[in-house]
Design a protein around this ligand. Structure first.
Ligand SMILES: *Cc1c(COP(=O)(O)O)cnc(C)c1O
Length: 428
């Protein structure tokens, strides 16, 4: 938006800007293709000489309106929707990495991203070093190599809910001439805008709070436009040298601050094709319209539930960055003073077995492979999302074997607590 609207206003009215007589609500452009009058007009699109839609694998007006809203919310220059959060993370990396490149990543990240970086990217010849994000900067700096191309971490890690020191990470990345890529799925731009603290690229699994209703898998990549690719020309040849698949255009020269997202769209998305469907983008937009209201309620409820758990003597430990007892409380206050997220991790005395029995006794909270939904959800990462990891990798990823990931919804907090109470009583 040209005006400086607040985040709540952007949630409701950002992105789609109807002109006279156009639909007030974002339409679903359910069309693979777009019509032109002359062959010449279409040809110019393929040469990136004109802007315009021609095929939905590259761009679609519904998707673009939603991407623009997310870019506005994050304070970025441009964004691209993807079919999933996994696709967003992969594209964000693959847009600047190639065989022979190296990534430094926090080890406490989503299980799927841990596999993507640690197993699948390796098959493409892209190496990764996982680091402890809470370690001193001098320690983390040792992981960088001459071929390192990005630093990666999550604002609030899934599922261990550790808060990232974004400024420490941005400084480390920039000292080594690479961008900081931050997965902002759990905090959402309502609670934290990583660009304000030096991050260069933000990625999202929009499947979570942004959609908010568990209807649509999706992802998004947002560019701050701040990283100077040309200043590190040799590291990022994909952006700073001619692209033979577009008659030799140089993205960083031709598109300036839009270079990264333009390349991700017209080259990576063109060739790999994990586009979000316009139908899902429409549903995502409905979620975004209430994101600010839901995040506030998720955080209020989660703090009540976390305090209840902390005071219960059947509970061995609780991690919620909104609790004063959390070792990440100070970072949470600095980066997310209005709230963190609705996810709590905790363990019960008696360990893994009793944690599982407790989950089986919950009635309102459902066991689902999902998180950050309006409905309260629960999962045991060591048995579910992180099942493929060895015990050693589990610890590295911040997943204790007894960890219960409790995603507090926007129901009445008293009902959520009563559900926990009866499930605890059942396993006593
Ligand atoms: C869920 C999640 C992903 C993966 O997103 P999908 O939409 O499931 O592909 C990536 N990062 C984080 C932090 C997540 O929670």
């Amino acid at each position: 938006m040209s005006q400086n609207f607040k985040r709540d206003t952007i949630c409701v009215q950002g992105g789609w800007k109807p002109k006279k007589g156009e639909p007030r609500v974002l339409p679903i452009y359910q069309s693979t293709t777009f019509k032109y009058d002359t062959s010449e007009q279409m040809g110019r699109l393929f040469d990136l000489e004109d802007e315009g839609y021609f095929y939905t694998r590259l761009q679609n007006p519904t998707n673009d309106a939603v991407a623009a809203k997310i870019a506005e919310l994050e304070g970025g220059v441009a964004a691209m929707l993807t079919s999933s959060g996994q696709a967003a993370n992969f594209y964000a990396a693959f847009n600047i990495c190639e065989a022979g490149s190296h990534i430094v990543s926090a080890s406490t990240i989503y299980g799927g991203t841990f596999n993507l970086f640690g197993v699948t990217m390796k098959k493409l010849g892209i190496d990764v070093t996982f680091v402890d994000q809470d370690a001193p900067a001098e320690e983390i700096a040792k992981a960088f190599r001459p071929n390192t191309r990005m630093l990666f971490a999550e604002t609030i890690s899934n599922p261990s809910v550790q808060v990232l020191d974004i400024e420490k990470f941005a400084k480390l990345a920039h000292e080594h001439g690479v961008p900081l890529v931050v997965d902002n799925t759990f905090a959402t731009p309502i609670n934290c805008r990583p660009f304000e603290f030096g991050a260069d690229i933000v990625v999202h699994s929009t499947t979570k709070y942004m959609d908010g209703h568990a209807t649509s898998v999706g992802g998004c990549i947002v560019d701050s436009g701040n990283f100077d690719w040309m200043a590190h020309k040799d590291k990022f040849p994909g952006l700073t040298t001619p692209d033979p698949s577009y008659h030799g255009i140089i993205y960083a020269e031709k598109f300036g601050k839009g270079a990264y997202i333009t390349k991700a769209t017209v080259q990576i998305m063109r060739d790999l094709g994990s586009i979000q469907s316009p139908q899902n983008a429409f549903l995502l937009n409905l979620g975004l319209e209430t994101l600010h209201l839901r995040m506030q309620r998720h955080c209020e409820n989660a703090l009540k539930v976390a305090k209840y758990l902390e005071a219960n003597d059947m509970v061995a430990w609780v991690e919620y960055p909104g609790l004063e007892s959390s070792k990440h409380y100070a970072l949470a206050q600095k980066y997310m003073p209005n709230g963190t997220c609705g996810v709590i991790s905790f363990g019960l005395k008696g360990g893994r077995d009793i944690s599982i029995k407790f989950m089986d006794n919950l009635k309102l909270a459902a066991i689902v492979t999902h998180v950050a939904d309006a409905r309260t959800s629960v999962l045991h990462p060591a048995s579910h999302t992180h099942r493929q990891l060895t015990d050693e990798q589990l610890i590295e990823a911040g997943v204790r074997p007894d960890l219960i990931r409790f995603s507090v919804g926007i129901e009445d907090a008293d009902d959520i607590i009563a559900d926990i109470e009866q499930a605890l009583a059942a396993v006593k």
